[in-house]
Write a protein that binds this ligand. Structure first.
Ligand code: PA5
Length: 460
C-alpha cells in the first residue's frame, strides 16, 4: 500500500430500503437481482482493459503519461510566469478546474503566482476582459483540445496567437504557448508542428471527459504547483484495488448499480451531486459532464436512457434546493461529497453577555456547524424517504482526489454497460456543431444552416 494511502469512504445506509422504506430504498435482494448482469458488464470491462481498449484505465498501467509531462516541464519552468491561461472546453477544462479548486488555496489567484485562468467559454466580454488585463510577457498559454478542431477553443487560440504576435513578435509564440492535443490528428496538431509550438499528446483512445489524468488535467495542475505524482498515485492505487477485489466490493460497481436501479426501478432519474465543501464543488461539475455526456444516449433500438446529474453546494443550497429535494417529487437521488477533516477551522466565539438563542454556537467551530448541517440534511432527507449516500474524503488531498477521478470514470463506464450504450461517444452533440459550422459560413455545411433557418426566426 502506498504510504499516504487514505481511502475514500462510502456510507450507503440511506440508500437502504430497511432505513428509508421499500418504495424508495433498495434492498439486498434488489441488488442481488442485478448481480448476473453486473458481472457480465464487469467481465466485458476487464476484457476491454486487457485488450488495451479501456484508455482511462490503461493509461494508469505505465508511466508514459508522466514521461510526456516531464518533457514539457522545461517550458512550464522556463519563466517566472505571472499568469497561465488555459484555453479549452468540456473535458478539456473541467478536470483542471476540479483539481485547481480542490488542491490549491481558495483564493490562489490573489495570493500566488502563476495565477490560473481557465477559459472554458467564449463569452466575448469575459474573454476580452482577461486578454486586456494581463502582462503578455509573463503569460503562458495552454491550448487544450483532444480533437484539435473544436470551434470554441480554436477561435480562442487564433485570437490569442494574434495577440502574442502583435504584442511580442511572431517568434514569441514558441516560448509562450503549449498545445495539448491528439498525437496525429486535428488542425491544432498541424499548427503546433508547422510553427514549432511545444506540445503534449493525449493518448489517442482517451476521450475528453475521461482525460483528467493525462496532460489535459495534469499540465495545468503542474503549472500551479499541484503534486501531480500524488494525484496519479491515488488513481493508480484505486485502479489496482478495483482490479484485485471482487467486483461487487468495488465502489464504482456498487454506486453504478444503485444509481441504475434507482433510475430504472424507482422512478428516480435525477441525481444530485451535493458537494459539502467549496473545494469539491467543481468536482461535481466534472462528474456532471462525465455522467451526462457518457450516459444520456439512445440505445440501438432507439429508446433513450440516462440519468440527469445536477449539482448542489452545501450548506448554501440548504437555503435554495433542500425544500424541493425533501418535499417535492420523490424523483431524486442525492450523492453527498463530504470532507471529514478540514485543513483549517475556526472557533465561533461566545458573546460575553448572554444572548440566549445564540449561546449554542459559542465554543463550537465552523467546521462542526458545517458537519452538523450536512448530517442533519442527510437525515432529514432519509426521514422523508429520500435516498442519499455520502462519499467521504477522509482528507481532501491529491491522493484522495486521484482515487475519486478513477472511481467515477469506472462507474460511468460500468453504467454504460448496464444501460447497453457506448459511454465513450457523444453523437447527440454533433448536429448543433454542424449547424454552427453552417451558420458561420463553413464551406460544405450550407445544408445545416438551411435546417436552422427552417426552424425559426431567432435572429441576433
Ligand atoms: O468529453 C468530450 O469528449 C467533450 O466534452 C470534449 O471534451 C469537448 O467537446 C472538447 O473537445 P476537444 O477536447 O476535442 O476540444
Amino acid at each position: 500500500m502506498h504510504q499516504s494511502a487514505v481511502s475514500l469512504e462510502f456510507d450507503w445506509s440511506f440508500f437502504d430500503s430497511q432505513v428509508i422504506g421499500k418504495d424508495h430504498g433498495v434492498s439486498k435482494e434488489e441488488l442481488e437481482k442485478y448481480s448476473n448482469q453486473a458481472e457480465k458488464v464487469w467481465k466485458k470491462l476487464i476484457e476491454d482493459k486487457e485488450r488495451s481498449q479501456l484508455a482511462f484505465w490503461n493509461i494508469l498501467e505505465n508511466d508514459l503519461v508522466l514521461a510526456e509531462i516531464r518533457n514539457i516541464e522545461q517550458v512550464v519552468r522556463k519563466k517566472d510566469w505571472e499568469n497561465v491561461i488555459l484555453l479549452g472546453i468540456g473535458g478539456s477544462a473541467l478536470g483542471a478546474m476540479a483539481i485547481f479548486r480542490a488542491l490549491r488555496h481558495p483564493f490562489h489567484n490573489l495570493e500566488a503566482k502563476p495565477r490560473l485562468f481557465i477559459m472554458d467559454n467564449i463569452d466575448p466580454v469575459t474573454f476580452l476582459s482577461l486578454l486586456d488585463m494581463i502582462n503578455w510577457e509573463r503569460t503562458l498559454v495552454i491550448a487544450i483540445s483532444k480533437s484539435g478542431t473544436t470551434a470554441e477553443t480554436m477561435s480562442q487560440f487564433l485570437i490569442v496567437l494574434d495577440r502574442i504576435k502583435k504584442k511580442l513578435g511572431a517568434s514569441s509564440v514558441r516560448d509562450q504557448v503549449i498545445v495539448i492535443t491528439d498525437p496525429e490528428k486535428g488542425i491544432l496538431r498541424s499548427i503546433a508542428r508547422s510553427t514549432d509550438i511545444p506540445s503534449c499528446s493525449v493518448p489517442p483512445l482517451l476521450g475528453g471527459r475521461f482525460s483528467v489524468l493525462s496532460p489535459v488535467g495534469l499540465v495545468p495542475a503542474l503549472c500551479v504547483g499541484v503534486d501531480i505524482e500524488m494525484l496519479w498515485q491515488g488513481a493508480v492505487w484505486a485502479a489496482k484495488r478495483a482490479g484485485d477485489n471482487h467486483f461487487m466490493d468495488n465502489p464504482s460497481v456498487k454506486m453504478g448499480l444503485y444509481q441504475f436501479i434507482f433510475d430504472s426501478e424507482k422512478k428516480k432519474p435525477i441525481h444530485v451531486y451535493w458537494a459539502y465543501s467549496d473545494a469539491l464543488y467543481p468536482l461535481s461539475d466534472w462528474i456532471r459532464q462525465l455522467i451526462a455526456e457518457s450516459l444520456g444516449k439512445k440505445r440501438a433500438d432507439g429508446t433513450s436512457v440516462g440519468i440527469t446529474p445536477i449539482k448542489a453546494l452545501g450548506v448554501t443550497d440548504q437555503h435554495s434546493q433542500l425544500q424541493l429535494y425533501r418535499e417535492g417529487p420523490n424523483d431524486k437521488v442525492i450523492i453527498f461529497l463530504g470532507v471529514k477533516s478540514w485543513e483549517r477551522d475556526v472557533e465561533i466565539p461566545s458573546l460575553e453577555e448572554s444572548v440566549g438563542s445564540l449561546e449554542y454556537l459559542g465554543g463550537h467551530t465552523l467546521g462542526e456547524l458545517f458537519h452538523a448541517e450536512q448530517r442533519a440534511t442527510a437525515c432529514a432527507l432519509a426521514e422523508a424517504g429520500r435516498p442519499n449516500m455520502t462519499l467521504w474524503f477522509p482528507v481532501l488531498n491529491a491522493f484522495t482526489l486521484g482515487q475519486a477521478f478513477f472511481m467515477f470514470e469506472l462507474q460511468t463506464a460500468f453504467m454504460g454497460g448496464l444501460y447497453g450504450i457506448n459511454p465513450f461517444d457523444q453523437p447527440g452533440v454533433e448536429l448543433s456543431k454542424l449547424m454552427t459550422y453552417g451558420l458561420m459560413g463553413r464551406k460544405g455545411f450550407e445544408e445545416y444552416a438551411a435546417i436552422v433557418e427552417k426552424f425559426g426566426s431567432w435572429k441576433r
